[in-house]
Design a protein around this ligand. Structure first.
Ligand SMILES: O=C(O)C1=C[C@@H](OP(=O)(O)O)[C@@H](O)[C@H](O)C1
Ligand SMILES: C=C(OP(=O)(O)O)C(=O)O
Length: 443
């Protein structure tokens, strides 16, 4: 998808950011709303869907397997579902682009249908480990022929009936948890997943909303999720709240650019997602939450952010799953803070769209930040609020969050920062540069 035609961008120091902007829909919730609507019997309606490439890859795959998915002129999506067990054999390979979530969750869905599907992805996705889903889904009876190292392209042969499993997650991964639960939808009996460390719970919330019989119990061994199979899902009307992972970029930009005062509206604050804002506040960031409400079964608020002098901290590894995609931009905040920020327990960052520990360390060094890379995190000595030297070119490595993080870094650098390729940003936040320009950033 992004293997061709790089789109570079040079970003120079900016004047204050001001004004109000809403963030686009949550990527995780958007994927799930399409998948579950496609499995309901009848017509579901979704507003606020993130229209980024990753979500559109999910939509294309669900269409290829029989769902009728349309976007109305008013931005409302309608999905005519095929019912649990009703997915059809796709005529061509399922192209997953850059999207790990589409790939792993759809592998779960296909596993318990009588479908043989080939999954392909771009250069970044083809390096990412799929063994973590192949292993539990094989136990349920699905068969896989994967590329070396358990990677894409791979072929999956689903099975009916699949076998329910009782599975303790070996990695803290909402994608693995969700893949198993989605496979469990068309599996007789109870599929049980134990997560020793809680991860984002959008699948559990939405499965319940669609009428699946699902229980969640907190136990000494962790969260135990039980799903009763052969479920019947009822069509829903869903409003997708704004994505905290996208909000992270304008929020950090406003904290760092002197004189800024912005309001970012419609920010999802599900506790399994929102730890970045707590960490930034603990660093001294002036962030207040206004107009707290519920949207689509998820807590939401408007974030009022004022430029602040941040202080480095030791980030508790226990909060990592609740801000797993926000570390790249947190590293930028740390590079401007007073003193040292230490992060640990972030091994999972090495298997995202890029190795986000090494990519961020290399990029931050290229623009003059003081960074030490460890096995499982970064140690960063900040400037104390002074501009970074800047002047370098950073490689985004087909990783949207790396590209956006260095745009934020460029806004607080003496000499312009060049990002080699902004194209991947379209996967999760197609309106990113427009939103920042609207707040006054000189991009
Ligand atoms: O379930 C999801 O929607 C996601 C889970 C996380 O991945 P892992 O499950 O690999 O941690 C996250 O990084 C990704 O952006 C979205
Ligand atoms: C890791 C991410 O997404 P995915 O795994 O879906 O590619 C992300 O959006 O940061």
């Amino acid at each position: 998808m992004h293997d061709a035609t790089p789109t570079p961008l040079s970003v120079a120091a900016s004047g204050p950011l001001t004004g109000t902007a809403p963030v686009p829909g949550d990527k995780s919730i958007s994927h799930r709303s399409l998948m579950l609507s496609a499995l309901a019997v009848g017509t579901s309606r979704v507003t606020g869907l993130l229209e980024g490439e990753d979500v559109l890859a999910t939509a294309a795959a669900m269409r290829a397997m029989g769902a009728v998915i349309e976007r109305g002129g008013d931005g409302m999506w309608t999905i005519d579902g095929v019912g649990v067990g009703g997915l059809l054999q796709p005529a061509t390979a399922l192209e997953m682009g850059n999207s790990g979530t589409s790939t792993r969750l759809l592998m779960g869905l296909v596993s318990s249908h009588a479908i043989t599907a080939t999954f392909t992805g771009d250069a970044s996705l083809s390096k990412r480990p799929m063994g973590r889903v192949i292993e539990p889904l094989s136990r349920m009876g699905a068969e896989f022929t994967a590329s070396p190292g358990g990677r894409l392209p791979l072929m999956l042969r689903g099975i009916v009936p699949a076998v329910p499993i009782d599975y303790t997650l070996p990695v803290a991964s909402a994608q693995v948890k969700s893949a198993i639960l989605l496979a469990g939808l068309n599996t007789p009996g109870i599929t049980r997943v134990v997560e020793p460390v809680p991860t984002r719970d959008h699948s559990e919330r939405m499965l319940t909303g669609f009428g699946a019989k699902l229980t969640v119990e907190e136990t000494p061994a962790g969260r135990v999720i039980e799903l009763h199979g052969e479920a019947e899902l009822q069509p829903q009307t869903i409003i997708v709240p704004g994505d905290p992972s996208s909000a992270a970029f304008p929020v950090v930009a406003a904290l760092l650019v002197p004189g800024s005062h912005v309001t970012i509206t419609n920010v999802g604050l599900n506790p399994t997602r929102a730890a970045l804002f707590d960490v930034l506040r603990a660093m001294g960031g002036d962030i207040t939450f206004e107009n707290r409400r519920e949207v689509g079964g998820e807590p939401v608020a408007d974030l009022v952010v004022r430029a602040s002098t941040l202080t480095g901290i030791d980030v508790d590894p226990a909060v990592a799953p609740a801000m797993i995609d926000e570390f790249p931009v947190l590293f930028v905040a740390a590079a401007l803070a007073q003193g040292r920020t230490v992060t640990r327990g972030l091994e999972e960052l090495r298997v995202k769209e890029s190795d986000r520990i090494t990519t961020m360390a290399e990029g931050l060094r290229a623009i003059g930040a003081r960074v030490e890379e460890t096995e499982d995190g970064l140690i960063i000595d900040g400037t104390g609020g002074d501009l970074l030297p800047g002047g370098g070119t950073v490689e985004a490595k087909l990783d949207h969050r790396i590209a956006m993080s260095f745009v934020v870094a460029g806004l607080v650098s003496r000499d312009p920062v060049t990002i080699d390729d902004m194209a991947p940003v379209a996967t999760s936040f197609p309106t990113f540069t427009t939103l920042l320009r609207g707040l006054g950033a000189s991009l």
